[in-house]
Design a protein around this ligand. Structure first.
Ligand SMILES: NC(=O)c1ccc[n+]([C@@H]2O[C@H](COP(=O)([O-])OP(=O)(O)OC[C@H]3O[C@@H](n4cnc5c(N)ncnc54)[C@H](OP(=O)(O)O)[C@@H]3O)[C@@H](O)[C@H]2O)c1
Length: 304
């Protein structure tokens, strides 16, 4: 039987373990994929803790994981454009920390040969969220964009996409990560008390947009830098963003965006910065690393 990281009850990591599960069968619009890699996101531990159970109730035990790459084994009714044997990556229909997963065909794309399975697995949720956040602020020449959480999974992609458009980027991160953030193409600034003054000193003419990947005080501390919230977008905290007239990022995940992101990685214009990989049998450790809230770049689970 396939192995997967399951959790039996909502709560801490003690409720999860790698166990045998039934092989899923693809429903309408789904791909059954033999997983090669899966991206780990904060939403995974938030799901296990039950923080999302009101929006997305699950039948337990359940498997975690929202983005994955692998080989198509079968396609469900109504799926066109994919066939068994294809190398693909996409958003999972249910779960990805497993030897076999169901992908949503409409949020999946063929994996180019020059893109690793690990890098591909970071794009469907983390990469697309970053892409949508950048699209929201419509960056153009002359912009000065503040990115909170510039060293995290979403932040590293946001910074590189903005840098690629020739925009000036100021990224908040803890001091040990400043050299890393600078390499991505942003001017690093320490977050916490005085962050607004530090940004004002760097950009005395003002900032023109904010992309927030942290929420809470990290967002509230910088939001007053903008006169209004029309170019303030968050991927993490719609409540705090709303206090300043800002918006939550769109959840739209079309195949065209995946293809565009994959092309950027293949061309060397984007690096998801995978800083840790864990074999499936150690998936719980991968989740624990992300749950610290202080990962650098991206954590990925691989299936041998
Ligand atoms: N809406 C969506 O579709 C979507 C998709 C993906 C993610 N998200 C959400 O977006 C958020 C970020 O996700 P992620 O994958 O980027 O998380 P992550 O990889 O865990 O990154 C967290 C980053 O935040 C930084 N950080 C922590 N506290 C901070 C603070 N007070 N100020 C500035 N930076 C701080 C950390 O850097 P330091 O170590 O330097 O503190 C770390 O690099 C999460 O809430 C996640 O649930 C939403």
């Amino acid at each position: 039987m396939p192995r997967a990281l399951i959790f039996k009850e909502y709560g801490g990591p003690e409720h999860s373990a790698v166990a045998d599960v039934a092989k899923p069968s693809p429903g309408a619009g789904q791909l059954l994929v033999a997983v090669k890699a899966a991206g780990v996101n904060p939403v995974d531990w938030k799901t296990r803790e039950g923080l999302l159970r009101d929006f997305r109730p699950l039948d337990l035990p359940a498997v975690l994981g929202r983005e994955a790459s692998g080989l198509v084994e079968a396609v469900g009714p109504g799926v066109t454009g994919f066939a068994p044997g294809d190398e693909v990556f996409g958003a999972t229909a249910d779960a990805g920390f497993s030897e076999y997963a169901l992908l949503d065909a409409e949020a999946s794309a063929p994996k180019p040969a020059g893109l690793s399975f690990a890098a591909a697995a970071t794009l469907p949720i983390c990469g697309v969220t970053a892409y949508n956040a950048v699209a929201h602020v419509h960056p153009e020449a002359g912009d000065v964009v503040v990115v909170t959480g510039a060293a995290g999974g979403v932040g590293v992609v946001v910074v590189q996409l903005l840098h690629d458009r020739g925009v000036r980027v100021i990224g908040t991160a803890s001091e040990p990560k400043h050299a890393f953030v600078e390499k991505l193409g942003a001017e690093p600034v320490a977050y916490g008390e005085g962050v607004r003054e530090r940004i004002e000193a760097l950009a005395p003419a003002g900032v023109t947009a904010i992309i927030d990947t942290v929420g809470g005080d990290a967002l509230r501390d910088v939001a007053p830098l903008l006169a209004d919230g029309s170019r303030l977008v968050t991927v993490a905290d719609p409540t705090a963003a709303g206090e300043f007239g800002g918006s939550m990022v769109s959840r739209h995940r079309p195949t065209t965006t995946l293809i565009e992101l994959a092309d950027l990685v293949v061309r060397g214009a984007l690096d998801p910065n995978i800083t840790a990989t864990y074999p499936l049998e150690r998936a719980a450790d991968a989740l624990a690393e992300v749950q610290t809230g202080h990962v650098t770049g991206k954590v990925v689970i691989t299936v041998p």
